[in-house]
Ligand binder design. Structure first.
Ligand code: 4AD
Ligand code: MG
Length: 483
């Protein structure tokens, strides 16, 4: 008999027919009721064993964590909690799980802290929470591909190993095959990277944007969706050293088109998850409510997870300029009461306390901030010609989300060769390094724009998880690359 997934069985299985299922035992109560899960849904299948029909030795092996194959008749269930159950006729133990050892793991069916679950990242997939998170993570990924495909974008695979530092922040992981103990040296006694694998210094990419721009200036609309690496030493609940980023890039778009595209995409993702992952979302929403209740009142989220997603879909994002944001902050209570730790001054970057105030207190919805000072944004952002003298701004946009902070960062790009060259000089970027990027502005340059969505931050928002380490299977953070 062919195996049926539990999700399909619960949705379409005909009562009175025989089925074969395989999965992992979540619990075996009273030598009679097996709760079986196979990962296809958060819901367990209840399988009922008549212990008189089976060998005692076999039954002993049906323990939490064990993998079994069950064949039986689907019947109407009389117990509460499920409408159907499997009346087991045949049991095959596929993989045993020693109960004493299971005791020490997160497989033990009781509440575990997220910290403890992180220490057993290889087993946490088996829990309800992480099953739901990773099914939804897949859903977010699928929604993104579908969103762009439906709008005629091409998925572009930009390189992971690269010689350029797209963001100019210098926070890169070097890739080398040189012998760390005994590297070749040049005449000046420095490491001679011309001897290295690629004949030059290369690193793991911090962004696929520059390459995506080259592709967009021919294919019109492209997006990247790949791993991104940043060696920034920030041990926060929102930073990973290895994360995934989605970067669309569109020829002929200006900053306003760019905002529209990003807002549409974020709404589309939320809607897709509400439509397709109702069971997992209901579970996570309940989980989130319990977590909120344990927080101090002023940190609590008033809306449930599902309401937060609905809210994003149904409301326009607030769009303000950086200059307006500074004004709003200066007029705010925390500013007047000296509650902000960092200064609020035109020309300084917004800190997360400021972003949180704007999103969570002032507007209570996603906020898009545009026209940032050129000084702390990347070299490739388009210079705003209407900048006030001495207050130069660029056509940047950051999208801030409640509970998350920066979800998206993007801009219209500087398409004018002379201005771009000046920016390279200002930022001390050697033109030789970016010769190919500059050439795209030489041959048929056009206005274009794009942005980067932090994939894990989006998964945090739609799952309600509050630590980024809990939405990626095996997180990489400073001093941590276990598994
Ligand atoms: O704002 P960022 O640095 O923008 C870029 O890299 C541009 N090249 C994007 C573009 O215009 N094509 O990063 C984009 C997003 C951030 O808004 C944030 O959501 C996420 O990537 N991000 C991180 N997520 C997890 N861990 C980190 N260390 C992150 N750094 C950025
Ligand atoms: Mg940014």
């Amino acid at each position: 008999m062919k195996r049926m997934k539990i999700k399909d069985l619960l949705e379409t299985g005909t009562v009175g027919k025989k089925f074969l299922v395989k999965g992992w035992v979540r619990a075996f109560r009273s030598k009679r009721f097996i709760q079986l899960n196979d990962g296809s849904t958060i819901r367990n299948l209840q399988a009922v064993v008549d212990f008189e029909n089976f060998d005692e030795e076999l039954l002993k092996k049906i323990t939490t964590g064990a993998a079994v194959s069950l064949e039986g008749l689907l019947v109407q269930s009389e117990g509460a909690g499920q409408s159907v159950e499997l009346q087991v006729g045949e049991i095959v133990i596929l993989g045993e799980a020693n109960p004493e050892e299971v005791q020490k793991t997160v497989l033990q069916p009781k509440k575990h802290s997220l910290e403890f679950l992180r220490e057993q990242a290889h087993l946490r997939f088996r829990t309800n929470t992480f099953g739901a998170v990773f099914r939804i993570r897949h859903g977010v990924s699928y929604a993104i591909h579908k969103f762009f495909n439906d709008r005629g974008f091409y998925y572009m695979h930009t390189p992971i190993i690269t010689g350029s530092d797209a963001e100019g922040a210098g926070e890169m992981f070097r890739v080398t095959t040189l012998d760390a103990k005994n590297p070749p040296l040049n005449d000046q006694g420095e490491v001679d990277f011309s001897e290295d694998f690629f004949g030059k210094q290369v690193n793991l990419t911090v962004s696929g944007q520059l390459e995506a721009e080259a592709a967009a200036l021919a294919l019109g609309q492209v997006y990247t969706f790949g791993p991104t690496f940043r060696a920034e030493n920030s041990n926060t609940s929102r930073h990973l050293a290895e994360f995934w980023m989605i970067e669309p890039e569109v020829a002929f778009n200006n900053i306003h088109d760019n905002m529209d595209l990003a807002e549409d995409m974020l709404k589309y993702i939320c809607q897709h998850i509400m439509d397709q992952y109702a069971d997992d979302l209901a579970f996570l929403s309940e989980r989130d409510e319990k977590e909120q209740a344990s927080k101090p009142a002023n940190e609590r989220n008033e809306m449930s997870l599902i309401d937060r997603l609905r809210f994003v879909c149904e409301n326009d994002f607030q769009r303000i300029t950086y200059t307006e944001a500074i004004q709003v902050l200066k007029n705010s209570k925390p500013y007047k009461k000296n509650k902000f730790k960092y200064p609020v001054e035109w020309g300084t970057d917004l800190q997360s306390e400021h972003e949180r105030y704007l999103v969570e207190k002032e507007y209570k919805k996603p906020v898009i901030i545009t026209a940032y000072p050129a000084s702390f944004k990347a070299f490739y952002m388009r210079h705003n010609d209407d900048s006030e003298a001495g207050k130069e701004t660029v056509a940047a946009m950051d999208i801030l989300f409640p509970g998350i902070g920066e979800m998206v960062g993007g801009s219209q790009r500087e398409e004018r060769l002379d201005v771009l060259k000046r920016k390279c000089a200002d930022f001390h970027i050697p033109e030789e390094e970016l010769w190919w990027y500059l050439e795209t502005r030489k041959f048929g340059t056009v206005p274009h724009a794009g942005f980067g969505l932090g994939f894990e931050r989006m998964v945090m928002f739609v799952t309600g998880m509050t630590n980024i380490r809990d939405v990626i299977p095996f997180p990489r953070t400073p001093k941590n690359a276990s598994f």
